[in-house]
Design a protein around this ligand. Sequence first.
Ligand code: PMP
Length: 346
Amino acid sequence: MNLKLLVKKEVSLLRAYQAKEIPCSVKLDANESPYGFSTALRAVASIRTNRYPDPEAKKLKAALARELGVRPQNILQGNGSDEVIYNLIATFGGPVCYPTPTFLMYGIISQVLGEKTVSVPLDREFDLDEMKMLQALRKNRPRIVFLSSPNNPTGNCFSADRILKIVETSPGIVVVDEAYQPFASDKGFLPLLKDYKNLVIMRTLSKVGLAALRFGFLVADEEIIHEVNKVRLPFNVNALSQAVAVEVLKDRKALRTAVRTIAAERDLLKRAMEDISTITTFPSEANFILFRVADPDRIHAALLRRGILIRNVADAVEGCLRVTVGTPRENRKFLHALRSCMEKSS
Ligand code: PMP
């Protein structure tokens, strides 16, 4: 047997997504929240381990619907929003269109599923290039467009009018990936759902302190939910995650306070980084900051030697690194280490 020939061509050409555990003392590489909700783990004590979880995640959807002001039937649950992306592409197929640089999974999952991708460079401000996007829509007629706003790894929101223009022009569905929306200053696109049938919002609990649960979801028109639900694997969200998420959502104040603290810390961190003359920071509406240095590989390695892990995104954005906002203490450690690495390089 020649395994290389047996594996689908699309898959054999892929490299596995880099989700490695690298030992460090300050972990600021994966856009997680520094604040967890461990007390909510008490909710798992009553779980009957011999039974399958609620396949519809009814309690969790009801809690999310209350929190977001939508109806439970407009929500579709996923094992992280990564799985939601998978299910969307499995449902609608390609071409799949997205601006670049952006979240890598749109492209990777399209490739795994053998679907064509159409990537369109962002403009110099990392905003959508409206003309190029509209051209791509006309030429390729994508079935799905993914717009991460705030965008990972750049950190900015795209202009609302440009997103709307794309929603209005697109022949297919437009997914606004709002993984980082809780940290943004605007309200996001949920209020516009009722006006546009092809608009789909994707959210996750991963960035607000519950990455361990793996829970992401879609909010969309019921007909879209109905179709995507056909490809969703049964019991895709386990009972422990459902129970813990429901428990955490009982205390909205705690969730919101954590998000607000992170957004305030982000602004402080950004200001402090701006004082280092040899780096350029970019505006952020997310829980991370993109910044440019002369030698990203060296700075990334030098920080890691000091125990601080951030993300090297120079492959996607020239000369850039991405740091997740941590606790005030972690941010101070990062700043201290960054200053000393930068001094050594000047
Ligand atoms: N969308 C964006 C823009 C992201 O940055 C991420 C995580 N890095 C995801 C989706 C996936 O999140 P989840 O943990 O819910 O799979």
